[in-house]
Design a protein around this ligand. Structure first.
Ligand code: PEP
Ligand code: MN
Length: 358
């Protein structure tokens, strides 16, 4: 069946308006995207909104418009489902791919309801990350959908909410999707840069970063008249802007082949050697920390010596500035070393005996 091949496309490009608003808006946007080489046309029909009194979607009438997109442009279509009745209507209208939104993945009851409705159905499903940076919730949603027998699953990274003003609408926290990808290496990872950015000017940069991280595709909100969009206006772009942005992307089509090329494996070998040295240095450092711990215990000296720690940090930062290591990186890594050192000394002080390496 064609639809089982949908997630094999690279790059996997999904684009379309945040919301279906009118038949004309959906079809106009779709016609303009037809020449953009996208894999799937998206439009939200039921819009889960954080606050009431915002546009909550046109409802199932929009499914008929998506059907027309399919018939008239030949593009495959996808929409968000948040409960059993959404799933049933979408299936009745021949929607090709379903997706679970961030406000659904966050709730195991909703995910389970959808999983139950999908039991025995053969349809590809995309699962967005939950609103909050919780790898377990995202993993749980994947497992529930897998248990329902759905074979074709793709993941969508749309960033994570945080309190207060921030550069991104939803912080990317790239480490979370990367960790998830380690656990589910066969599931394609798609970056929804529109919801990460919340604005147009940085879309390309974030999309490129995702591609550099070997993501499998992009989901982008595209609207024929973005400024007049009924939802998420600030982050939507025109089909023309979308095409221009895609043309300017570096796709790294050969990234996998390049891995085996000589130059890269030489450098990798050097990196592996350095990593071994780094680990050995850390092991040695922790042995010295244990000695200090014993000394502090015998001499009744408190573990935390703030002045000493500030001195170590300051020296490292001065060195880092000279040698091009960022302050944020050094602080993160030294803080981790410091925390581990303190924990080991605590265990020594509390007489927990020798430290196992597990
Ligand atoms: C959307 O894709 O328009 C949407 C509501 O996204 P999210 O679930 O990521 O907020
Ligand atoms: Mn949106």
């Amino acid at each position: 069946m064609i639809r089982n091949k949908i997630f094999d496309k690279r790059p996997l490009l999904i684009a379309g308006p945040c919301s279906a608003e009118t038949e004309e808006q959906v079809l106009n946007t779709a016609y303009q995207l037809k020449t953009a080489g996208i894999t799937l046309f998206r439009a939200g029909i039921w819009k889960p909104r954080t606050r009431p009194n915002n546009f909550e979607g046109v409802g199932s009438v929009g499914l008929k418009w998506l059907q027309k997109v399919k018939e008239q442009t030949g593009m495959l279509v996808t929409t968000e489902v948040a409960n059993k009745s959404h799933v049933e209507s979408a299936l009745r209208h021949g929607i090709d791919v379903l997706w679970l939104g961030a406000r659904t993945t966050v709730n195991p009851f909703s995910v389970q309801e959808i999983a139950d409705a999908l039991q025995g159905v053969d349809i590809p499903v995309m699962i967005k990350n939950p609103i909050n940076p919780d790898l377990q919730l995202w993993t749980g949603a994947i497992e529930r959908i897998q248990k329902a027998g759905i074979q074709d699953i793709a993941l969508i990274h749309r960033g994570f909410a945080s309190y207060g003003e921030s550069f991104y609408r939803n912080k990317p926290q790239w480490n979370i999707p990367i960790e998830l990808k380690r656990n589910f290496p066969d599931l394609p990872m798609i970056c929804d840069m529109s919801h990460i950015c919340g604005r147009r000017d940085i879309l390309k940069e974030v999309a490129q970063k995702a591609m550099n991280l070997d993501y499998d595709g992009l989901m982008t909100e595209v609207h024929e008249r973005p400024d007049e969009a009924w939802s998420d206006a600030a982050q939507q772009i025109t089909p023309f802007e979308y095409k221009r942005m895609m043309e300017r992307m570096e796709w790294y089509r050969e990234s996998r082949e390049n891995l085996t090329k000589e130059g890269l494996s030489d450098i990798r070998l050097k990196i592996d050697r350095l990593d071994t040295q780094l680990l050995k240095a850390l092991e040695k450092r922790m042995k010295l920390v244990d000695e200090i711990g014993k000394f502090k215990k015998q001499n009744h000296i408190p573990i935390l010596q703030t002045a000493r720690w500030n001195e170590i940090l300051e020296q490292a930062l001065v060195r880092g500035r000279k040698n091009g290591l960022s302050e944020a990186f050094l602080i993160k890594i030294l803080d981790a070393i410091h925390e581990e050192s303190i924990n080991r000394q605590h265990r020594i002080l509390n007489d927990e005996g020798s430290i196992s390496t597990t």
